[in-house]
Design a protein around this ligand. Structure first.
Ligand SMILES: O=C(O)CCC(=O)C(=O)O
Length: 288
């Protein structure tokens, strides 16, 4: 292995130094990076990268098919105006406005969520390149849903095992804290799915909770009140500080998170200080 890996916290996350991912890489190196990512609970920070958008996409292809790539599902009809104009694989998160147009989605993800959980095949890896970061603020919180699941009692695990939950982007549009402008076009497309409440990771075989406050609307076959109580418990349980890690960006960080086993929350505390991130998103397996 030709890089150094250091854990970032006991519960989640590792950083890699001594690696330049701008260069095309062979499958063996990509496999080592993937293994480090899985070993770190699905959160890897690759430091000090200078990448073009094309190099970012080229690196990301090692981790599965990308939303928006030729012949693949678009990321989401809902964010089409935030995609890179020349590279539909790239979703842009930014508070910058250029020529009167947003350069990316402002206040994106200011709520706990797992990327595009409302799709039949939601995201596995999201790979975000921090191109411009605020002097202070703009961190992202991550939460380890495998650790959260494993800490539940046997009785609760048994109860959750057969359950399914509904995920719907309309819920996100209506309730997310940052309330970015949502236009009618945002609500088009296939943005609804039902997934198991506990999913088994396709690579590690470990079980994780797979519900999130941003996109999960309710438990299948439960009435609204029951569903709200049970989901409320799971959200409070999962987001306890013991299961979370707060990432403070450095310029040039490339952050890879695994949406199959993590939730994340972008902290919108940086006011007008410019922040610009480019993200690719891998198409994961159907949750099971
Ligand atoms: O800007 C961030 O820190 C993350 C934004 C987000 O939630 C996402 O890209 O899914």
């Amino acid at each position: 292995m030709s890089f150094t890996v250091n854990p970032l916290s006991p519960v989640l996350g590792a950083e890699i130094t001594g690696l330049d991912i701008a260069q095309p890489m062979g499958e063996n190196l990509a496999k080592d990076i993937r293994q480090s990512w899985l070993d770190a609970g699905g959160l890897l920070v690759i430091r000090d990268q200078t990448l073009t958008t094309e190099q970012h996409i080229q690196f990301s292809r090692h981790f599965g098919p990308l939303f928006g790539a030729p012949g693949e599902t678009p990321l989401q009809e809902t964010v089409s105006r935030y995609l890179h104009p020349d590279h539909p694989e790239i979703y842009r998160v930014s508070n910058r406005v250029e020529n009167g147009k947003p350069k990316g989605r402002a206040g994106a993800g200011t709520y706990w969520h797992s990327d595009v959980s409302f799709k039949q095949r939601p995201a596995s890896a999201s790979i975000m390149h921090a191109i411009e970061i605020p002097d202070i603020g703009g961190d992202t919180l991550f939460c380890n849903m495998t650790a959260a699941y494993e800490a539940l009692s046997g009785a609760m695990k048994e109860m959750l095992a057969p359950l399914h939950a509904h995920h719907d982007f309309a819920q996100t549009a209506a309730t997310q804290f940052a309330k970015p402008v949502v236009i009618e076009e945002d609500l088009k497309g296939d943005n609804r799915a039902v997934h198991p409440v506990v999913r088994t990771h396709g690579d590690t075989g470990r079980k994780s909770l797979y519900v999130n406050p941003g996109m999960t609307t309710g438990l299948d076959n439960f009435d609204d009140e029951e569903s709200a109580v049970l989901l409320g418990f799971l959200f409070d349980h999962a987001t306890q500080p013991e299961f979370t890690f707060r990432h403070h960006y450095r310029q040039g960080d490339v952050v890879m998170w695994d949406n199959r086993s993590l939730m994340h929350y972008a902290i919108n505390d940086y006011g007008d200080q410019p922040r610009y991130m480019e993200r690719t998103t891998s198409i994961g397996e159907k949750p099971a």
